[in-house]
Write a protein that binds this ligand. Structure first.
Ligand SMILES: Nc1ncnc2c1ncn2[C@@H]1O[C@H](COP(=O)(O)OP(=O)(O)OP(=O)(O)O)[C@@H](O)[C@H]1O
Ligand SMILES: C[C@@](O)(CCO)CC(=O)[O-]
Ligand SMILES: [Mg+2]
Length: 421
């Protein structure tokens, strides 16, 4: 063990276009969100492993001697290609979590124990891990990915597989590109446990976020543009395709209203439902997935054009039409929900366009706000959506990816929650 105590955090994400079709190799556009998950790891000498997950009211511990036999016959650490099915089976038996279980607590515990046992296989260490998130759990904003990215970064750092990048002078620090790749790969393993068959977009956004290359490059662009009196900055969008993530340079900030319908759903169940539909009607569903990919590409082109020529009303009309088309496609895939229909209807009554974001089936939706959208219109929309029982707020997008923090960098509120275990 390298450190007695440290803190990490990772952001959630919003998918603009491409959810579900990205699982089947198509293009997605996503952006990190300024809502984060925070983790505190302490090394102890208790001979036990503790996990505290206050968001889901889960506080558990195990004797290391009870966990050790689970590693019998395990492959060498580094099994990053596929999940170790035998270890997962033994873990399910040990925790009495059945194969078809998708409940919140079971998924979180399995992902944690799997990553802990795999990373510390050579010598199980006594640790206490506490995780708390600003993100709603299971609502389409990448809460599972932020959780897995935090676990991955903290466990790998504690084990010494990656560095502890924070220097005494710093409040926050990030890892090297190679280390972030490792964090991302282990987080993907956690996503496999929680999602079943993830595309990797959520953990990639949670790891990389709005990259540093972005920030310095864009500061230059912003200066240039302000000099030319164009009030126009980047939105930090990322393009994800077949395991590769690339920042979209020169795209505008979009104003987005986020609505949480609060209807619970499981990404694992929804992703598997789409797969069943594709298997049942391949000739019907494949063109739908390809069309969603085309929506992502046309959207990307439009954003680039908006940056190059300056945004026009026509650009916003295109973005709105793409949102409508994609929402219809997602309904065809079977991942819509009456609560999301309500969101679309309420916003369209005021000329605003919405779609679900993330896995759908309830959870969150996004509404595009035009630059000229009046504050009174936004306020009345928010009020009506709240009257439907939804949470609704204007987001700030484009946040940094996974980071290590000093305790001084965290707010008293977060520190208090994480330190009370
Ligand atoms: N703060 C947290 N504490 C503990 N477990 C969490 C936390 N956040 C997420 N999880 C785990 O992730 C699961 C939710 O993952 P799921 O993929 O269904 O939703 P999501 O990631 O919020 O949405 P999407 O995948 O559509 O973006 C929870 O059931 C829980 O197991
Ligand atoms: C539904 C999905 O496309 C996005 C969930 O945020 C699943 C995935 O990409 O793994
Ligand atoms: Mg998820």
């Amino acid at each position: 063990m390298q450190t007695r105590e440290f803190f990490v955090s990772a952001p959630g994400k919003v998918i603009l276009h491409g959810e579900h079709s990205v699982v089947h190799g198509q293009v997605a556009l996503a952006v990190s969100l300024n809502l984060r998950t925070f983790l505190r790891l302490q090394s102890t000498s208790s001979g036990e492993v503790h996990i505290n997950l206050p968001n889901i009211d889960t506080f558990l511990s195990w004797e290391i001697t009870a966990l050790q036999p689970l590693l019998a016959g395990c492959k060498e650490q580094g099994g990053l290609k596929d999940l170790d099915a035998d270890l997962l089976k033994r873990l399910r038996e040990f925790t009495r979590i059945s194969e078809d279980s998708t409940d919140t607590r079971s998924m979180a515990v399995l992902a944690f124990l799997y990553m802990y046992l795999s990373v510390f296989a050579e010598s199980l260490a006594s640790i206490t891990v506490s995780v708390w998130s600003e993100l709603p759990t299971g609502a389409g904003l990448g809460s599972s990915a932020a959780y897995n990215v935090c676990l991955s970064a903290a466990l790998l750092s504690a084990r010494g597989n990656i560095s502890n990048p924070l220097t005494p002078q710093q409040e926050s620090a990030r890892w090297s590109k190679e280390e972030m790749e490792l964090i991302n790969r282990w987080a993907f393993m956690g996503e496999k446990i929680i999602h079943g068959n993830p595309s990797g977009v959520d953990n990639a956004v949670g790891t990389w976020g709005k990259s540093q290359i972005h920030t310095s490059f864009y500061l230059f662009i912003i200066k240039f543009m302000l000099h030319h009196f164009t009030l126009f900055i980047t939105g930090g969008f990322l393009r994800y395709h077949a395991g590769n993530i690339t920042p979209l340079s020169w795209v505008p900030v979009l104003r987005i209203l986020l609505t949480n319908t609060k209807v619970p759903r499981s990404t694992k169940v929804l992703v598997s439902g789409v797969k069943d539909k594709i298997n049942k009607f391949p000739s019907v569903m494949k063109p739908v997935l390809e069309s969603v990919s085309a929506v992502s590409c046309v959207c990307e082109q439009t954003l680039i054009e908006m940056a190059e020529r300056g945004p026009s009303a026509e650009h916003y009309n295109i973005l709105e039409e793409l949102i409508d088309i994609n929402q219809h496609h997602l309904n065809v895939m079977g991942v819509g929900h009456s609560s999301l229909d309500t969101l679309c209807r309420v916003t369209l009554a005021r000329g605003l366009h919405s779609k679900l974001t993330g896995a759908g089936g309830g959870g969150c939706g996004i509404t595009l706000l035009r630059p000229e959208t009046d504050t009174t219109v936004i306020q009345s929309t928010v009020e009506e959506l709240k009257a439907c029982g939804f949470d609704c707020w204007e987001t700030s997008i484009g946040a940094p990816g996974v980071q290590q923090h000093s305790s001084a960098a965290l707010s008293q509120h977060i520190l208090k929650i994480l330190s009370s275990y």
